[in-house]
Design a protein around this ligand. Structure first.
Ligand code: FES
Length: 98
């Protein structure tokens, strides 16, 4: 069963979902969809409230940026990567493999 519909995801407006006890940030970039752990690796902030630019998401609290494709921390103050989850897009159906 899918978690979301592609049409419900607006590029640049990440959302937060709960799946199997995990809180996951889902972000659409063009027709691609990325899923990462919602909690910033720097402190306790929700990345789904951050800003998406290209393939980067910026934490709203202290401004660390992460690569949505790899979870890599790109700018301080975060240094640890974020866990990424595979996403399957099939037509309008989006499934996060958490
Ligand atoms: S909590 Fe995200 S950068 Fe500090």
């Amino acid at each position: 069963m899918s978690d979301l519909s592609l049409a419900s995801l607006i590029a640049g407006k990440p959302i937060k979902i709960e799946k199997d006890g995990r809180t996951i940030c889902v972000a659409r970039v063009g027709d691609e969809v990325f899923a990462i752990d919602d909690t910033c690796s720097h402190s306790d902030a929700s990345l789904s409230e951050g800003e998406v630019t290209d393939f980067k998401i910026e934490c709203w609290l202290h401004g660390a940026e992460f690569d949505l494709r790899t979870g890599e921390a790109l700018t301080p103050p975060a240094v640890a990567p974020i866990k990424v989850y595979p996403v399957i897009v099939d037509g309008d159906s989006v499934t996060v493999d958490a």
